[in-house]
Design a protein around this ligand. Structure first.
Ligand SMILES: *Cc1c(COP(=O)(O)O)cnc(C)c1O
Length: 377
């Protein structure tokens, strides 16, 4: 089997830089909130074009901390997409608020601004008070940020951008993770910018927001960690993980370009298949970070057959996501039924992803593209 994501190839290519950054941490020994954490926050904020970056222990925490900072809790509701990883909606429930799922766009697979508007127009007061919209940049493609921000502002809601998959992506020349009142990203190893464990970061525009996040991630600290002014959590990014991200950041733009190259190779071979291989529509003005390269087969059985053919050729595939969140057992108490979000359910039944990483040799990308095209033809 060829690797689905080849982190070993990345390490082999960048070993000296990564090891020397890690060695520096081992030498100074400041494992918690060491100088690399602040250095990384400054580098990331500059990269995104956001005023503030506050790192934390995971992408999930990076979604939870802004909700905590804004006091979202019992009696509140948060509108989000059902086509995402569980973390996006889990944090809403964890804080005692209610996730309200809306459908996605048929071509980008991102949350539909029209569906958000309809949801607000037909709001059920039993859901609670609407407080926020969490938009996900699915597979690395920025959501319709401008429209979503307009809707959020019109209704006095927060827009939180789940940029866990889209670090490095852009829309009309602005980076993903710069669009929401807050944005969250993840350094989980398989994400476009990964560390060697768990890690995450929140981006925001205002110093007061950043100060609250900084307090929340260290047990609600005030002037110091033994002065506690609010209920917080332990969610710091390890200094070692910050050092690893700093080392990788120097090569990140090259990696984005390499991902783009793989995506172009796939698209060239698959575009000819018409309805037998529906590709993610990259909106005008958008550049994806290509966390995943995904496509729709004609139906579930064609998908299963294609995955089997590719597997026997040594090519791994994956399904992100086989089950939409509104139909997950964990959310059964919300009362959603099959058929409630038809676009999302249809996409889940047909979608699968091909290997995608920046260290894939061009020949291998071409071979995978040809095999995938043959398997779907
Ligand atoms: C990975 C991911 C998260 C969670 O990130 P972790 O670092 O694994 O906690 C949240 N949302 C989306 C869309 C993700 O892909």
């Amino acid at each position: 089997m060829i690797p689905f994501i080849d982190l070993a190839a990345q390490f082999a290519a960048r070993e000296t830089a990564i090891r020397s950054r890690m060695d520096a941490v081992l030498a100074h020994g400041k494992y918690i909130m060491g100088p690399e954490v602040r250095e990384l926050e400054q580098r990331l904020a500059a990269y995104i074009g956001s005023a503030h970056c506050v790192t934390c222990a995971s992408g999930t925490d990076a979604l939870m901390l802004p909700l905590m900072a804004e006091g979202v809790g019992p009696g509140d509701a948060v509108i989000t997409t059902s086509f995402t990883f569980i973390a996006t909606a889990e944090v809403i429930s964890l804080l005692g608020a209610r996730p309200v799922f809306v459908d996605i766009e048929a071509d980008t697979w991102n949350i539909s601004p029209r569906a958000v508007q309809e949801c607000l127009a037909n709001w059920n007061p039993g859901w609670g008070r609407p407080r926020a919209i969490i938009a996900v940049d699915i597979f690395g493609l920025p959501a319709a940020a401008v429209e979503l921000r307009r809707i959020a502002d019109e209704h006095g809601l927060l827009l939180i951008e789940d940029a866990a998959q889209s670090f490095g992506a852009s829309l009309d020349g602005k980076r993903a993770a710069s669009f929401g009142h807050y944005a969250a990203t993840s350094f989980f190893p398989a994400k476009p910018l990964g560390c060697y464990g768990d890690g995450g970061a929140v981006f925001c525009a205002h110093a007061e927001q950043a100060a609250r996040l900084d307090s929340l991630r260290v047990h609600g600290k005030g002037t110091d960690k033994y002065d506690n002014v609010r209920i917080g959590v332990n969610s710091r990014l390890d200094t070692l993980q910050a050092a690893i991200v700093l080392a990788k950041l120097d090569y990140f733009d090259e990696e984005l370009a390499a991902r783009q190259q793989v995506a172009q190779t796939y698209a060239a071979a698959l575009a000819e298949l018409g309805d037998r291989a529906i590709l993610q529509n990259i909106s005008v003005g958008a550049v994806s970070a290509w966390a995943q390269y995904s496509l729709l087969a004609s139906d579930g059985s064609v998908r299963a057959a294609a995955q089997e053919i590719l597997k026997s050729a040594g090519i791994p595939t994956a399904v992100y996501y086989p089950k939409p969140l509104h139909l997950q057992t964990a959310f059964a108490h919300l009362g959603y039924r099959a058929g409630d979000l038809p676009v999302c359910e249809n996409v889940c039944s047909r979608i699968f992803s091909l290997p995608m990483h920046p260290y894939m040799p061009q020949g291998q990308a071409k071979a995978i593209a040809a095999k995938a095209a043959a398997a779907l033809a």
